[in-house]
Design a protein around this ligand. Structure first.
Ligand code: ARG
Length: 342
């Protein structure tokens, strides 16, 4: 396909708009992955949403190699990689420590990883039948969970809008409102074959077929970040015996969005910082120094309410999972110290 006009609107400052030249698009536009995914499909969310920060999604594992020319600069820039891209993995349990023993600041700790089954197209490109097959395989694997993680599956199709609204804040449901996902094709046939598995004690969850086939999540209402991480390690050890995840030796675990490859892990806390809130420059400086990402109270692209921030690691590739937790712990400690001193 030969492009004549600009690929992205002028206002677009996404990474894909920065790196995808018309010549590159011309070269790659005739290529199709084995499942039939194209570059035109990969960038449609970034083309529609001028405020995308990344603007590209993978339709399957092969997208990352076939369209490497564009994925690589997006990946190295987002994950701040200098030199060659390399995936590191260390999912060993850590010594538990409470980041907020006086319970003054941290409301909850959460660690999640994203995973996809290697044999199926990813959510922007999966068909109805495969999506159902993915759901079934994951539910079968979850039957083997050890007792403390056992729970119930809630298919999204069985929840009415009121129930979804009630469950979303605690992450026990996901709402289909994301226009970035919508434009990428991720919400096709919603709510079919989507759902959330929740353990009885609500400290372990698996989102099925949201942005990825699996989002495996551990959380609790405390500053015990390492304990939460260790619980996730237990769940992953079990799931890896039953499911084969899409991965690449250099890029690590492969997921729909290039921000979520590598360890594919986001660890974070909900933390109340009323004094730092009034000093956004100070807060941004500390965040930068510790590689933290600051999000609104309800997560990505939301506002801060009641001075509660969602603070997590920015990088997910080229760093060990255990290192992410340790770096994050130091960053949170620095923020708490600053808040106390203000
Ligand atoms: N596609 C969106 C953007 O480019 C989201 C990127 C990261 N977030 C995500 N949930 N994958 O801004």
């Amino acid at each position: 396909m030969h492009v004549t006009g600009p690929l992205f609107p002028e206002a677009s400052c996404s990474l894909v708009a920065r790196f995808l030249t018309p010549a590159m698009f011309d070269r790659l536009s005739g290529c199709k992955t084995a499942t039939g995914f194209t570059l035109a499909r990969a960038i449609q969310s970034g083309q529609k949403n001028h405020d995308s920060s990344i603007g590209i999604y993978a339709g399957d594992a092969e997208s990352y190699t076939l369209f490497r020319e564009i994925f690589d600069p997006v990946i190295t820039t987002y994950h701040q990689i200098t030199g060659s891209v390399r995936h590191f993995k260390n999912l060993e349990p850590l010594d538990p420590a409470d980041l907020d023993p006086d319970k003054e600041f941290i409301l909850s700790s959460r660690v999640r990883v994203a995973r996809n089954l290697f044999a199926h197209a990813f959510t922007p490109h999966i068909n109805r039948q495969d999506r159902q097959c993915v759901e079934r395989q994951i539910l079968d694997a979850l039957k083997n969970l050890p007792a403390p993680l056992k729970g119930r599956y809630h298919p999204m199709g069985e929840l009415d809008p009121g129930q979804i609204r009630d469950k979303v804040p605690a992450g026990r449901a996901f709402a289909p409102g994301d226009r970035f996902q919508e434009a990428a094709g991720i919400l096709t046939d919603f709510p079919l074959s989507r759902g959330v598995y929740t353990s009885k004690n609500k400290k372990f969850m698996v989102w099925i077929n949201e942005e990825d086939h699996l989002r495996i999540i551990c959380m609790e209402k405390s500053g015990h970040l390492c304990r939460v991480f260790n619980r996730l390690v237990t769940a992953l050890d079990m799931l890896e015996q039953y499911l084969v995840f899409a991965s690449d030796p250099d890029l690590g675990y492969l997921n729909a969005c290039p921000t979520n490859i590598g360890t594919a892990m986001r660890a974070g806390v909900h933390i109340r910082l009323p004094k730092l809130e009034k000093q956004p420059d100070e807060m941004a400086k500390l965040a930068r120094a510790h590689g933290l990402q600051i999000r609104g109270t309800a997560g990505e692209k939301t506002q801060v309410t009641g001075s509660v921030f969602d603070i997590s690691n920015r990088r997910r590739l080229g760093v060990y999972e255990t290192q992410i937790i340790q770096d994050l712990s130091l960053g949170i400690a620095a923020l708490i110290k600053k808040e106390k001193n203000l």
